[in-house]
Ligand binder design. Sequence first.
Ligand code: ARG
Length: 467
Amino acid sequence: MTQQQNWSPRFESGLHPQIARFNASIKFDIELIEYDITGSQAHAKMLAHTGIISSEEAEQLVSGLEQIRQEYRKGKFTPGVDAEDVHFAVERRLTEITGDVGKKLHTARSRNDQVGTDTRLYLRTQIDQIQSQLREFQSVLLDIAEQHVETLIPGYTHLQRAQPLSLAHHLLAYFQMAQRDWERLGDVRRRVNISPLGCGALAGTTFPIDRHYTAELLHFDTVYENSLDGVSDRDFAIEFTCAASLIMVHLSRLAEEVIFWASEEFGFVTLLDSCATGSSIMPQKKNPDVPELVRGKTGRVFGHLQALLVMMKGLPLAYNKDLQEDKEALFDSANTVKACLEAMTILLSKGLQFRTPRLANAVCEDFSNATDVADYLAAKGVPFREAYNLVGKVVKTSIASGKLLKDLQINEWKQLHPAFEADIYEAIAPHQVVAARNSYGGTGFTQVTEALARARATLGTESTESQ
Ligand code: ARG
């Protein structure tokens, strides 16, 4: 059996059924249907506005398209493979509804500019949704950070204890990453929001269309300058997937930290039952499936970015069917980012608790105040490198005798260097070590408090505490 013809009588027989399935995009591009309808309604209005069709005809087209939207929402419009793609499916149904008038819709248009329009409208909506999810994620980070300005957490470089931090400072680092993600999506949106409608198949059209009119109806900022570029450009799709990949990088880094924070070895957080899973065999286990899935899903989005780059690199102008492959990459990237942002936001706000007593102990049991001993001497005029070497020796002998720096007696300090006074104990206490890092953007409590206020102002919200 061959399928019904979608194209001209030049074709004598239909497609081989397997080839029809191979060629069809309807099973995934049905996702675009509402954008396709909205785009077609704007096109129909423009055709009347420019006198290419009558306003009565345009009205029939617009209301027929609206009917299809309602049918789709009620689950009554479910086109199959014979429709090939969402554009044919809608046009065919419109002709069933409106009769011959429906056949006028495709005047001065091609599926090439149509699919580009739909994809941009889709992505614009996704960007708006992801931006608002990022804001929610940031606001949860900020709420938690505000409660933990004076909670200390070990800070690491090379995953070795380095210097203690305010937990709020640590969380604000993720706030800043999300802020860049939010801004980056805004930049991408500017290049997504350009109308290719009216570029036709590749060369424009013989009809006196008004591209700016459709662009305005569809709230595009502007129109593509060049018709060939308009129908074949997918830079915006690559940029979106790149922005999505960076969001996943940030979520995945946080996920990784949560995973080890929840381990027995770190014990910095407790996973609450709402966001933890069990083992089918080991009854004692509580597993961090949520952050693990976020970390695991990251690769999918990177893969889509790679797929899009490779898809584009050898394409001659203008449209080529390869471009149909952009859809699943974009849909899955957007869906993955949205699902992961939602899960991480829930995990942070409802699924974990910081174990503050354990954190308070953690920052006392190491040599992460060694830099502060060197700074202490340097502040008293000892050249920093000399002080650094001296402290290195102290650390070595302390480790050998099973002591921490705070355990050294004042006479031991004085033997090391006469500049040491009794205030050395205060200078190396973790709270003071953190407080002292008061340089702009540092972890000192004054800095962190100011950073929190700036972050709050960025969000333009009140803290949930004070509401
Ligand atoms: N389904 C196609 C796509 O997603 C629509 C455009 C088809 N254009 C064409 N000349 N065959 O790209």
